[in-house]
Write a protein that binds this ligand. Sequence first.
Ligand SMILES: NC(=O)c1ccc[n+]([C@@H]2O[C@H](COP(=O)([O-])OP(=O)(O)OC[C@H]3O[C@@H](n4cnc5c(N)ncnc54)[C@H](OP(=O)(O)O)[C@@H]3O)[C@@H](O)[C@H]2O)c1
Length: 269
Amino acid sequence: MFHIRKAVVTGGSSGIGKALVDTLLREGCEVFSLSRTIRSRDFFVQMGELHQIACDITDGRAVENAFSQIAEQTDFFDVLFSNAGYGISGSVVDTPKEQIARQFDVNVFAAVEVIQQSIPFLARGKGRIVLTSSVAAVVSLPYQSFYSATKASLNMLALALNTELKPYGIRAVAIMPGDAATSFTENREKIACEAPLLTDRCQRSVARMEHDERTGASPALIAERFVRIAKKNAPKPLYGIGLFYRLVLLLFKILPIRFANWVVGRMYG
Ligand SMILES: NC(=O)c1ccc[n+]([C@@H]2O[C@H](COP(=O)([O-])OP(=O)(O)OC[C@H]3O[C@@H](n4cnc5c(N)ncnc54)[C@H](OP(=O)(O)O)[C@@H]3O)[C@@H](O)[C@H]2O)c1
């Protein structure tokens, strides 16, 4: 089993990231948590050693600064949990380029920058990069297509990183959770759907998605699975978690794509 002594978590201030921080602290790890919000120490489990670093990961200077602060404390960490992210909703027709760019900036480009900064630290312990992807990476969600596209990008990134980082002994894993009950739902940026034929459909679709998220899995359960996967000796590049979502991912692999996409359209279209 791979041993996690020190880890970096992006988006550790809330939801799945906060649960990851807690799970790691409970196991006695030293954790560096990067997010824009700094919480009181009481917000987290009172074990392990926690360093919260204020950092907007889309700000290159702030990321460099954060890694300088990490370097003052350690010359290695075992796992980067690249988890920070958010979602936008709206139709492809209506979404302005600015919002699309911001979605990719936070979920993909900033994640890449954090990964780049992490390589020297991870290389020292032949560590792991764990990316928080989503079932939406495989199941393209109508009215959330740009969110889906960012998560599909993370899956591609994990696959390529495994090849490119082999000389460093670093493994990359993208984990695809399904719905989780976190602040993700209230933090979603909703782009007004003004195309006359789409307004009602978009609203219905997003309302259904929000209901599924609010009744989704607990972040603690998801974090526990993430850490279990990160500790595997030979992790796969891609994982679904939870029986239902693993089945969905399997069906998307084996069913004719026209049929699978039709089912998604019936549910969320
Ligand atoms: N909830 C779900 O149903 C679900 C399902 C599958 C995948 N996911 C993915 O899980 C990850 C975590 O989301 P969550 O559900 O835990 O939502 P959440 O509770 O809203 O947490 C999002 C985290 O990302 C951080 N973050 C966002 N933008 C950031 C930025 N520019 N710089 C630094 N940190 C930033 C936030 O911290 P600050 O606001 O303090 O910066 C927060 O800690 C996301 O990547 C999301 O796409 C969620």
